[in-house]
Design a protein around this ligand. Structure first.
Ligand code: ADP
Ligand code: MG
Length: 646
C-alpha cells in the first residue's frame, strides 16, 4: 500500500489573529518605550544595567511581531530568491540592533523594533484592503445559484443546475435566483437585476419574456423553459469572465512588477555602497554610514507600488462590475482610458434591435399574409433581430418541417428552401446578387424583399426605434472628450442617415457587409494617433470580427450573441450604450489613481532616500517612507472601487 505522503502544512494565520498579535506587540513596545524614556528602571538597577535591560526588552515585541518575517526571509534565502521585502526588513532591523557592536555608536533598538512593528501594521492594513475589494468581487460572485427546482411527479425537487437539460422547465420561486437562462412559460413577476446590471428598478416579466440567470425573482412564481445549459448561462459566463480578469495584466502593472524585481537588488547594492564606500575613503565613521545604509533599505521597500497598483485596477474592475460593466482585464481598462474614437454598430447597439413591421407591400395578386408567411418560415432558424421581429409579426404557427436548406448571407439576408421553393428574404443587395427583380420602396425603414422561386412577391417594411439613452450616450462621450463617433451599419442609407441625425454621431457609413465593417475600422485605426485608441461597440450579430479587431471591443451582453461576449473585451450587461461613457470614466479614474500612486510613492521615497544618504533622515522618517506611503497609496487605490456617482 502506498504510503500517504506526510506533508507539513503550516496553517496561514488569519488576519484577525495577526491583528491581535501585532496589537499585543505594539502594547509591549509602548510600555518598554515609556520605561526607556522615563528611566524608571534606573530606580531598580544601575544605569548601565538599565540600558541593557531596556535594549533586551525591545527584542520581545520585535520577535512577537517579526518572527514570521525573519522566518520567511531565511526560507527565501535558502530557496535562492533572496531579494524581497522580508529580506529588506530583516536586514534593516537586525542591522539596527547590530549597531551595538560599533564601539562609537549605541544600538538602535527602539527604531529597529518600530520598523518591524509598523511594517507589520502596513501588512495588516493591506490585508484588509485586499479583502475588502475581494469582497466586492465576491458579492458579484454571489450571483451563482446553488440549485434549480424541477417538477417531478407533481413535487418540486432541488437539483444541481448542471443537471438541468436544455428545454426542461424549471420553477423559480419568489426570493430565489434564476439559475439558468430561459423563457417564461407560466407566471409573471418582478425581477431584481441589480446584481447584473446595477439597475435598481425591477423589471416586469411575463410569459414569453427571456430572462437571464443571476436575477432575483421578487414577487411571483415563474415556470421557465431553459434555453441554455447552466455552463453557458449568463451567470456562468460572467463568473468566468470575472475570474479570468486578474490574469490579463495592464502594461503599467507588468511594468511595476518588472521594476520591483530589479529594484530590490539594486537598492540593496546601493545601501551596501552607502554603508561601506564613504568610510573606506575616510569620510566619517562607519557606524554613521551603516545607519544611513539601513535607513535607505527601509525606505526603499517597494510594497506601496507592488500592492497599490494592482489593487487600483482590481478596484476599477470591481467597481465597473457593480454597474453591470464587465471588463475582462486590467489591460482593457488601461486601453479604455485612452479611447478617443468610438465606433458603433447600429442595429441592436444604438437601436433596440426589435423591429416592428410597419407595412407589407405585396405585389399584385399576392396576399400580405402569403409574403409574411414565407418570410417567417425562411427566417425560422435565424437569431438576427430582423428575423425575430418577422417571426413575431407572423401570427400563424411556424412549421419547421416545411423548411429545408437555409443559408444566412450576413449583411444580405436569407436564402432558404421552403416547400421546395427557393425563398429569398433580404435587402436589395441580396436581390441583385440573385438577379431577382424587386421594387424600391420610399417608406422610411428597413426593407425586406421577398422572392419565391425567382418571383418577386413583395416587401415588408420594418422599423426599429433608437434606444432610450442612445442620444445621451453620444452626448456623454463628447463631453468626455471623445473626438470621433462613427456609426457603421448594414442597413439602408436612408435609415442610417435618419438615425445618425437623431443621435448626432459625427460620421456614418451604411450598406456595409460585415467584411466592409472590418475595412472601415481598419481605416479608422490607421487614422488614429499613436496614443489614441479605438473602441468598437456591437451586438456581435455580424460584427464579431470587428470586435476583435478594435483596440477595445465592447459587446452588448443581454441581447448580444455568445460570439460577441466571447470576442469582446468589455461587456455591457444591460445593453445601455450610456454605460460606454461610464466605462471610460471609470477607466480614466482608475488610471489617474494608478499614476497618482506611482508618482506619489516614488517621489516621497526618492526624497527620503536622498535625505537618508545625506544622513538627514532617521529611521522614523524611513518608517513613514515605507509604511506611511504604502497606507496612503492603498487608501487612494480603494477609491477606484467607488463608482456610484461616476
Ligand atoms: P447592422 O450593421 O445595422 O447591425 P446587419 O449587418 O446585421 O446590420 O444587417 C445588415 C442588413 O442585412 C440588414 O439591414 C438587412 O437588410 C440585411 N439582413 C441581415 N440579416 C438578415 C436576415 N436574417 N433577414 C433579412 N435581412 C437581413
Ligand atoms: Mg448588428
Amino acid at each position: 500500500m502506498a504510503k500517504k505522503p506526510v506533508r507539513k502544512r503550516r496553517r496561514r494565520e488569519s488576519l484577525a489573529a495577526k491583528t491581535k498579535r501585532i496589537g499585543i506587540a505594539l502594547a509591549i513596545f509602548a510600555i518598554v518605550m515609556i520605561a526607556d524614556e522615563t528611566g524608571v528602571l534606573t530606580h531598580l538597577v544601575s544605569a548601565d544595567a538599565a540600558f541593557y535591560v531596556v535594549s533586551a526588552l525591545y527584542v520581545v515585541p520585535y520577535l512577537i511581531a517579526g518572527h514570521d518575517v525573519l522566518f520567511r526571509a531565511a526560507r527565501n534565502i535558502r530557496r535562492g530568491s533572496i531579494f524581497d521585502e522580508n529580506f529588506l526588513m530583516a536586514v534593516a532591523t537586525l542591522g539596527a540592533f547590530a549597531m551595538v557592536f560599533f564601539p562609537d555608536s549605541s544600538p538602535h533598538m527602539a527604531e529597529g523594533a518600530a520598523v518591524m512593528l509598523f511594517y507589520q501594521v502596513g501588512e495588516i492594513f493591506q490585508g484588509y484592503a485586499v479583502g475588502k475589494s475581494r469582497k466586492s468581487i465576491a458579492a458579484m460572485m454571489d450571483i451563482a445559484p446553488d440549485f434549480a427546482n424541477i417538477e417531478r411527479d407533481g413535487t418540486l425537487v432541488q437539483v444541481d443546475p448542471d443537471e438541468v437539460a436544455v428545454g426542461d422547465v424549471i420553477v423559480v420561486k419568489p426570493g430565489e435566483r434564476v439559475p439558468i437562462d430561459g423563457v417564461v412559460v407560466n407566471g409573471s413577476s418582478q425581477l431584481d437585476t441589480a446584481a447584473l446590471t446595477g439597475e435598481s428598478v425591477p423589471r416586469h416579466v411575463e410569459v414569453g419574456n427571456l430572462i437571464i440567470s443571476g436575477c432575483i425573482n421578487m414577487t411571483g412564481l415563474l415556470h421557465v423553459k431553459t434555453q441554455r445549459p447552466f455552463g453557458e448561462s449568463t451567470v456562468s459566463r460572467i463568473l468566468e469572465l470575472v475570474e479570468n480578469a486578474s490574469e490579463k495584466k495592464a502594461r503599467t502593472e507588468r511594468f511595476i512588477t518588472r521594476i520591483a524585481r530589479l529594484y530590490t537588488p539594486a537598492v540593496c547594492a546601493a545601501a551596501l555602497a552607502i554603508a561601506l564606500l564613504p568610510p573606506l575613503f575616510g569620510l566619517g565613521s562607519i557606524s554613521d554610514w551603516v545607519l544611513r545604509g539601513l535607513t535607505f533599505l527601509v525606505v526603499s521597500c517597494p510594497c506601496a507600488l507592488v500592492i497599490s497598483v494592482p489593487l487600483s485596477f482590481f478596484g476599477g474592475i470591481g467597481g465597473a462590475s457593480k454597474l453591470g460593466i464587465l471588463v475582462k482585464g486590467s489591460n482593457y481598462l488601461e486601453a479604455l482610458a485612452a479611447v478617443d474614437t468610438v465606433v458603433f454598430d447600429k442595429t441592436g447597439t444604438l437601436t433596440n434591435g426589435t423591429f416592428n413591421v410597419v407595412a407589407i407591400h405585396p405585389e399584385a395578386g399576392f396576399d400580405p399574409d402569403y409574403v409574411l408567411s414565407f418570410a417567417a418560415h425562411a427566417e425560422a432558424y435565424s437569431d438576427h433581430p430582423i428575423a425575430l421581429s418577422v417571426k413575431a409579426a407572423y401570427s400563424g404557427p411556424i412549421d419547421e418541417t416545411r423548411l429545408e436548406g437555409v443559408s444566412e448571407e450576413s449583411g444580405h439576408g436569407i436564402v432558404a428552401q421552403v416547400d421546395e421553393y427557393t425563398v429569398l428574404v433580404g435587402n436589395d443587395k441580396l436581390m441583385r446578387a440573385h438577379e431577382s427583380h424587386f421594387h424600391e420602396c420610399n417608406l422610411a425603414g428597413t426593407i425586406l424583399h421577398v422572392s419565391v422561386d425567382g418571383r418577386y412577391v413583395g416587401h415588408i417594411v420594418i422599423a426599429d426605434a433608437v434606444k432610450e439613452d442612445a442620444s445621451q450616450a453620444i452626448q456623454e462621450l463628447k463631453q468626455a472628450g471623445i473626438e470621433r463617433t462613427v456609426m457603421l451599419t448594414g442597413d439602408r442609407a436612408e435609415v442610417a442617415a435618419a438615425v445618425a441625425a437623431e443621435l448626432k454621431v459625427d460620421e456614418v457609413k451604411s450598406q456595409l457587409l460585415p467584411e466592409d465593417k472590418v475595412v472601415e475600422v481598419e481605416r479608422l485605426l490607421e487614422a488614429e494617433g499613436e496614443h489614441g485608441h479605438l473602441a468598437f461597440v456591437g451586438d456581435g450579430i455580424n460584427d464579431a470580427p470587428v470586435l476583435t479587431r478594435a483596440d477595445v471591443g465592447i459587446a452588448m451582453g443581454a441581447m448580444g450573441s455568445d460570439a460577441a461576449i466571447e470576442a469582446a473585451d468589455v461587456v455591457l450587461m444591460d445593453d445601455r450604450p450610456s454605460n460606454i461613457a461610464r466605462a471610460i470614466r471609470i477607466a480614466r479614474k482608475t488610471m489617474g489613481i494608478v499614476w497618482q500612486n506611482i508618482i506619489f510613492a516614488l517621489g516621497i521615497k526618492l526624497l527620503i532616500l536622498v535625505l537618508a544618504a545625506l544622513g538627514m533622515a532617521n529611521m522614523w522618517l524611513a518608517v513613514f517612507g515605507d509604511v506611511g506611503v504604502a497606507v496612503i497609496a492603498i487608501l487612494n487605490a480603494m477609491r477606484a472601487m467607488r463608482v456610484r456617482n461616476i
